[in-house]
Design a protein around this ligand. Structure first.
Ligand code: ZN
Ligand code: ZN
Ligand code: ZN
Length: 257
């Protein structure tokens, strides 16, 4: 038992829906009209609380509603996976949180400069968001206080984005392919969060069967799927088809480790 650190934490799923959300505007399907609150999914984001730090992964257009619902009034770090609208374009709403350290790859940081130019430079607009940008790279670990974070490359269609490993937890969204290096870096993960868009295949997102296959290879003790479209079916029905130790996350679900 030399030098063993007891790590514990909590993850709250703030949103588990795909880019368009569930229900989808104007859709008449049974999922979009379900009475089960678990079938209502905001855009993907999760809050991790560990070692006294509050770390948010992704900040999509539902961030304001998610922050109000879960009492988020400050963040020690905001980790961005990629620059798609559903993962980044709620960033302006961190304004009331004060200084917010944001971590992303070069493309993400360039996008932030493009969409919020008024937050930077000598003529920063009074009252605009204060975001402190940190450029990160795949496989180069960094620290948020005492929390070690390892960015992992994940292929999303035809470009590489980032997933994150934080101790026993790994969070991967919008993946359509994982390299051997990423599988190796995921060895020993206890709790895996992984995207599973729908039942049928898609060019830039794992289908449910592809996610299950990747999750079986990673072999975490438990896996929670996220980033669902309405085509995934009803939570109550689809979850029953999953292998042991695999679950469909839903908005508001909290897990601890
Ligand atoms: Zn997405
Ligand atoms: Zn629908
Ligand atoms: Zn995406």
């Amino acid at each position: 038992m030399e030098n063993q650190v007891q790590i514990s934490g909590r993850l709250t799923f703030l949103g588990t829906g795909t880019s368009i959300g569930v229900p989808m505007i104007g859709c008449g399907c049974e999922v979009c009209h379900s009475a089960d609150p678990r079938d209502r999914r905001l855009r993907c984001s999760s809050l991790i609380e560990t070692q006294g730090k509050r770390i948010l992964i992704d900040c999509g257009p539902d961030f304001r509603a998610q922050a109000l619902a879960h009492g988020i009034t400050r963040l020690d770090a905001l980790l961005i996976t990629h620059n798609h609208y559903d993962h980044l374009y709620g960033l302006d709403d961190v304004r009331p949180l004060g200084n917010t350290p944001v971590y992303g790859d070069k493309v993400v940081l360039q996008t932030i400069h493009q969409i919020m130019p008024y937050c930077f430079g000598a003529h920063k607009y009074p009252g605009s968001a204060t975001v402190e940008l940190h450029e990160i790279e795949a496989f180069k670990p960094f620290h948020v206080g005492g929390v070690d974070v390892l960015p992992l490359p994940v292929t999303h269609g035809h470009f590489d984005i980032l997933g994150y490993r934080i101790g026993p937890l790994a969070y991967i969204t919008d993946a359509s392919f994982l390299s051997e290096e990423t599988f190796t870096a995921l060895q020993g993960v206890d709790t895996l969060v992984l995207n599973a868009l729908r039942i049928t295949q898609h060019p830039s997102h794992f289908s449910l069967a592809e996610s299950i296959e990747a999750a079986e290879r990673i072999a975490a003790r438990r896996t929670f799927f996220i980033h669902f479209s309405h085509d995934i079916g009803l939570q109550a029905q689809t979850e029953r088809m999953l292998p042991a130790g695999m679950f469909m996350a839903y908005d508001g679900l909290q897990i601890e480790w």
